[in-house]
Design a protein around this ligand. Structure first.
Ligand SMILES: NC(=O)c1ccc[n+]([C@@H]2O[C@H](COP(=O)([O-])OP(=O)(O)OC[C@H]3O[C@@H](n4cnc5c(N)ncnc54)[C@H](OP(=O)(O)O)[C@@H]3O)[C@@H](O)[C@H]2O)c1
Length: 336
């Protein structure tokens, strides 16, 4: 079977295809014939060697994918041959709080990922794919969708009628827009592009702010909330955005801290945190049980992920280049 691995030299061209024997199946494991994969910003950083931890040449990239169960090992009861499944970002975070041990087994980062024609994985590191989704759609869920779900509902307890601000139109933020609309929230989207804001409006965004034209976008967010501030910000920017998010949020509002697209070192006015009673919560994707809860909501709402472009498995490195170009809205997918 064919799979990709990270080559020795860091960079955008570092995914290399190789031919290897199919993996051996063990007790408690299933063999999955993979059908689709999706990319996250992290996969770019892992290839370039800018993601936390030491870059590991030989690592199989990607955390997110979907496929069909082709073989079941002894002791597996919850999955059968023919089931459609998606991979969990964390192999070992099944439920409850994140621990140092559970955080160690992050696919496509600390441990091998899944950009392979076949994988063998513990049955409890997979979930059944939502029945309303195609393989390509289901492959988009494990990291970006679950992060958005956790950031909105579990960590920050979003309520109907509240106002959420999401930054940019990438994978996490577009899922956050879609999920927040299903929950009856008002959504403000920021973007560098009017065309992307128009796309976000088509997906249900109530307001858009172009952060290139309005570098002080937090003021615009304040104006859009009659000088009160937004209830919740999903923070994916880091250095350039977190201090502004703290201004954009209302007193006793929440910020879910997710990403560092503009850098991870932040100078911010600590006084804002206590004087405004801001609640800031760090998000690291989510557990398998959160994934299953999200999938129930996706089926119930018949929500369909936004796929910007699909690439063939044989051309997977082109998908990474497309992500680097940052022209996408929503998710970039690889299919087979
Ligand atoms: N903590 C976690 O568990 C977790 C999980 C998933 C992702 N992340 C992190 O979250 C971030 C987003 O990931 P992703 O996979 O969704 O990325 P992505 O699909 O590559 O999206 C990137 C988008 O972010 C927007 N952006 C860039 N700079 C911005 C700025 N200064 N202000 C507002 N928006 C900006 C751009 O949108 P426009 O083109 O519209 O401007 C860009 O297209 C990354 O830092 C990633 O590592 C963290």
């Amino acid at each position: 079977m064919k799979r990709y691995l990270l080559g020795e030299t860091p960079g955008i061209d570092s995914w290399q295809m190789e031919d290897v024997p199919a993996p051996v199946l063990g007790a408690g494991e299933v063999r999955v014939e993979m059908r689709a994969w999706s990319l996250n910003h992290r996969d770019l950083m892992v290839a370039e060697g800018t993601y936390g931890g030491k870059r590991q040449p030989g690592l199989v990239p990607l955390s997110d994918g979907s496929g069909v169960v082709a073989e079941v090992g002894s002791g597996v009861t919850e999955l059968q041959v023919g089931d459609r499944v998606a991979t969990c970002f964390f192999r070992d975070w099944h439920e409850g709080d994140l621990t140092a041990l559970k955080a160690k087994a992050a696919r496509g980062g600390a441990i091998d990922g899944i950009l392979s024609e076949q994988i063998v994985a513990p049955a409890n590191s997979l979930v059944k794919a939502p029945s309303n989704l195609s393989f390509a759609e289901a492959a988009t869920l494990p990291c970006a969708a679950l992060t958005a779900w956790n950031a909105l509902f579990d960590a920050s307890q979003l309520k109907a009628g509240e106002t959420v601000l999401v930054q940019g139109t990438g994978g996490v933020s577009i899922f956050a827009l879609q999920l927040a609309k299903v929950a009856g929230a008002r959504v403000i989207v920021t973007s560098s592009s009017d065309a992307k804001l128009s796309h976000a409006a088509d997906l249900g965004a109530d307001e858009g702010i172009n952060y290139r034209d309005n570098p002080d976008w937090e003021r615009a967010a304040f104006d859009l909330t009659r000088g009160i501030g937004v209830d919740l910000v999903l923070e994916v920017g880091g250095t350039d955005t977190l201090p502004r998010s703290m201004k954009a949020v209302r007193h006793a509002g929440r910020i879910s801290i997710i990403g560092v697209l503009t850098g991870g070192q932040v100078q911010f006015p600590v006084g804002y945190v206590f004087s405004k009673n801001i609640r800031m919560t760090g998000i690291y994707v989510g557990s398998r049980s959160q994934f299953m809860a999200m999938n129930r909501a996706i089926e119930q709402a018949d929500l369909h992920p936004v796929i910007d472009r699909e690439f063939a498995f044989a051309s997977a490195p082109l998908a990474l280049k497309y992500m680097q170009a940052a022209e996408h809205v929503g998710k970039i997918v690889i299919v087979r």
